[in-house]
Design a protein around this ligand. Structure first.
Ligand code: XMP
Length: 511
């Protein structure tokens, strides 16, 4: 394990991902963890992340020099680089020349850290203070205008550092620096591969579950699909899945879970068709939060009834949950249930229906989940499915949800999705909601007749994490094609509009 010490910047998760992309397992620990505790984990290496502005600022987190004396390889990045320099007797000072953004880096001499990289390269910097003198025993291997010491290494003690951010995409040769440190300086074998991840999880699931019975709620999304496939690989038909078909998924998605997925994986999937029940519960409701509450409540009720049935039939000991590593880190890294946003978190079950959790994705990032999903043989369309809200199309119909309106929206949505895929742009868009303004009518003309139909809104967005988003600049030809097809093929829709609002101030969904 490589420990990524989080000094409170946004970069620790990114660094941990980059380490794993170099096929080495990594975990994030807070900088408040004492050095002995870190060393007690017997890490193969430690990476100190970026952090606050200055190592001299009041309350700035420091690094215990004991960390460097233990013989464990350490890489310092940005703030971690300065903290390392300071702890080892180098000099960190305000040079009056801060660097933010793209910066030219000059390589000074051959090194392991920057081996084979261009002598002049662009790197991403973000610092006020600078290391002006490296600690004794270190060679200065690169420099920039504002950072006299921009990279150093001490091969004998296997210590190295860079002032810039090798983990960000704006540092083109950054991943090479991380690889060089891990593989060449620290001497770690790159053995964290998809098949290793699968083997490890399968073994862990077997150890936890033994010959007991496991239940999983499938949502149609990536996480629950991959989690179930992993558990099935580990314990076969000790797993039973429940798929609540509430009728609010997009066209073809329920069938994909029910038939394709079940057939492909051989998992026992029990589908409960409750679309009629959901529509009845949603009758006359237009308030978005009210819709969410009703859908969440009906979901839990349905799942609970199904779980009771299965428990009576064959017993249930464990419940699968698709918790991911970022959820674990963000909720403090403790054990137990992470706080998941979706209502598919079935933690809302009554006390007499509580199970121990199996969380096979708990140590994984989303990109790893996708990669092992493919390795497990799941279809690309499922593995690369865009994020989709738990309440589904229920919150993409502005107004009351009826079966007729759902059918209209599903048809329009299917066209938008198909054209996006045909244009090869699935992965450059984070999400592409199509929203039906069911209570709005506008006048149009088609053939010789006047129409009085509904508009749909196209809401393609780009985003990293759904917290902020920008509207996607889709090609005009693609938008034109989607608009023509929707208005021609979907009766009742006579107008297609594009949402050009970022988030904030808008949200991704309309409700
Ligand atoms: P907003 O609309 O707030 O959405 O920008 C951010 C992300 O969350 C999804 N979303 C939901 N997911 N239950 C969910 O499971 C919900 O009630 C819900 N509302 C929004 C949305 O699709 C986007 O990815």
């Amino acid at each position: 394990t490589v420990l990524v010490v989080d000094f409170g910047a946004q970069y620790a998760q990114l660094i941990a991902r980059r380490v794993r992309e170099a096929h080495v397992y990594s975990e994030i620990v807070p900088s408040s963890m004492p050095a002995e505790e870190m060393l007690a984990k017997e890490p193969a290496a430690i990476i100190l992340s970026g952090g606050p502005s200055s190592v001299y600022a009041e309350g700035a987190p420091q690094v215990d020099a004991a960390l460097f004396a233990a013989g464990v390889p350490v890489l310092g990045i940005c703030y971690g680089f300065q903290a390392m320099a300071k702890a080892l007797g180098g000099t960190v000072a305000k040079t009056g020349r801060s660097e933010y953004g793209g910066t030219e880096l000059d390589v000074l001499c051959p090194s392991k850290l920057l081996d084979g990289l261009p002598e002049h390269q662009s790197v991403w910097m973000s610092h006020g203070d600078s290391v002006t003198e490296a600690p004794a025993g270190f060679s200065v291997v690169a420099t920039s205008a504002g950072a006299p010491v921009a990279a150093f290494e001490n091969l004998e003690s296997r210590l190295a550092g860079v002032q810039y951010h090798p983990e960000v995409a704006h540092t083109p040769h950054g991943q090479a620096v991380i690889r060089h440190f891990l593989h060449d300086i620290a001497g770690i074998k790159p053995n964290w591969t998809n098949s290793a991840i699968i083997d490890e999880q399968v073994e862990a699931i077997r150890a936890q579950v033994g010959d007991k019975r496991v239940l999983c709620a499938l949502s149609g999304g990536v996480d629950s699909s991959v989690a179930a496939a992993l558990v099935h690989k580990a314990v076969g038909d000790q797993l039973t899945c429940v798929f609540v078909d509430h009728g609010l998924l997009r066209a073809g998605e329920a069938e994909q879970v029910e038939k394709d997925y079940a057939q492909l994986t051989g998992i026992d999937v029990r589908t409960v068709d409750v679309s009629e029940q959901f529509l009845t519960a949603l009758k006359g409701v237009t308030d978005p939060e009210e819709k969410r509450k009703i859908i969440g409540r009906e979901f839990i009720r349905t799942f609970e009834a199904a779980a009771r049935g299965i428990a009576e039939e064959q017993g249930i000991d464990f419940l699968v949950q698709g918790t991911l590593y970022p959820d674990v880190v963000e909720s403090g890294g403790g054990t137990g249930t992470a706080n998941i946003k979706s209502h598919h978190n079935v933690g809302g079950l009554p006390d007499d229906l509580q199970f121990d959790l199996v969380e096979p994705l708990r140590t994984l990032f989303k990109d790893e989940v996708r990669a092992i999903g493919l390795e497990l043989g799941l279809p690309e369309a499922m593995v690369w499915r865009h994020p989709f809200p738990g309440p589904g199309l229920g919150i993409r119909i502005v107004g009351e949800v009826t079966r007729e309106r759902l059918d209209i929206l599903k048809a329009a949505d299917a066209i938008a999705r198909a054209e996006l895929t045909a244009a090869g742009l699935d992965r450059s868009v984070w999400q592409f909601p199509v929203v039906l303004l069911a209570d709005v009518r506008s006048v149009g003309v088609q053939g010789d007749g006047r129409t009085y139909g509904h508009p749909v809104v196209l809401r393609p967005v780009s985003s990293e994490d759904a917290m902020t988003a920008d509207w996607s600049r889709l090609p005009y030809e693609l938008l034109a094609k989607i608009s023509t097809r929707i208005t021609n093929e979907v009766a009742d829709i006579n107008r297609v509009v594009l949402d050009v609002t970022s988030k904030p101030p808008g949200t991704i969904e309309w409700e």
